[in-house]
Write a protein that binds this ligand. Sequence first.
Ligand code: SF4
Ligand code: SF4
Length: 428
Amino acid sequence: MSDARSKLPLMRHVLTLARGRIPSQLIIQLTDACNATCPQCGMRRNAPFRRSLLPLDQCRRIIDHAANSGIAALSFTGGEPFLYSKNLLSLIHYAGEAGIPYIRTGTNGFLFKDADQPDFASRISRLAEGLAATRLYTLWISIDSPDPETHENMRGLPGVMKGIERALPIFHEHGVFPSANLGITKAILPTRPAAKAGSAATCEEFRAGFRAFYRRVIDLGFTIANACYPMNIETDTASSLSAVYEATAEDDCVRFSAQERHAMFTALLETIPEFRSQIRIFSPLSSLHALARRYSGEEDRSYPCHGGSDFFFIDAKDGDTYPCGYRGAENLGKFRELDLKKPPVKPACRECDWECFRDPSELLGPFREFFTEPIGAARRLLRDRTHAALWLKDLCYYRASDFFNGRQAPDYRKLARFAPNSAPPPCP
Ligand code: SF4
Ligand code: SF4
């Protein structure tokens, strides 16, 4: 992506913030069909419900309205969107031509099976070439565990880790730098001695798991990593949510108590700085700090989520718009009929930890507040200086990471400024 092209959306975002809004985001669930068996997800292939696929022409109408309304980021999710790779590639191309700057999609990795087959390299090369011909900004590949066997058993996709390792250099040759997306479940925790079975997972255990994950994905050849926080809305704090996005499950592997969530977010917050100079890590420390605080029992000072005001989710089943994947009781109707200049919902929700909406809300929240309530914004930053320092560090890191541009190799000289100069603090 040329410099001029990457600076244009930045200027547009500053104008958006000056108007008291934040750059908007749309997630289109292309399909809820999937070929994996992840226990943490209600869309696994053996879950008994009728699968849907959004028709191409409907998606194009949605993209037209998104582009005309200034949507900054568009994600195509699933299910497994690459089950319909022809549709997917044509829509990514269409969205790029429509001028949407940040286009993202991902895969569970089934594409990387059969790495020993003679046609593997040419097959992946064709895929990489097809993606490189579009304006795709991010391609994510899901990873559940640093241990290949655990990951492949959970996904029901044998051999994919080896395939990912072979595929990454091929993608890089084509100028596509995929992100490793960790879906956090109990599979991240190290094997426990029998005496500890049933006791709450600790910060040290999470920290060991996250360290192993970052080491593994760096070894595999990834240059970007992200973490997807566990979604189990049935056990979330007094939740009134009703998921329309079936990426939730009641399985024990995503059941975490508030104490465990506190340990998990604290561990991630303290592990990421160890690796920020070696791999571009998307998860903002300021957001992790806010989430850890939320589960510590202290006052929740997080910025409200922009689901329904600037961020939206379109469901594959009915093609309708929702404030997010988890507020299924609030159908906002057809996307093309929404006037995005007048947000249908005021940002106020903090009901879940969905990183897709919570992380950008937390990162962009202070900017919005500076433009709308400057005195309140300054007070808030002064009251929580740890959070303010992390936020400023995040901004510098995002810049050094070239805003996680998945079409650009990392600049390790810029990332080197984030090498840790002291040992991480002990777990609380
Ligand atoms: S997490 Fe993704 S890959 Fe796994 S079952 Fe759900 S949609 Fe499929
Ligand atoms: S916090 Fe955001 S993503 Fe979660 S339920 Fe509320 S609006 Fe939806």
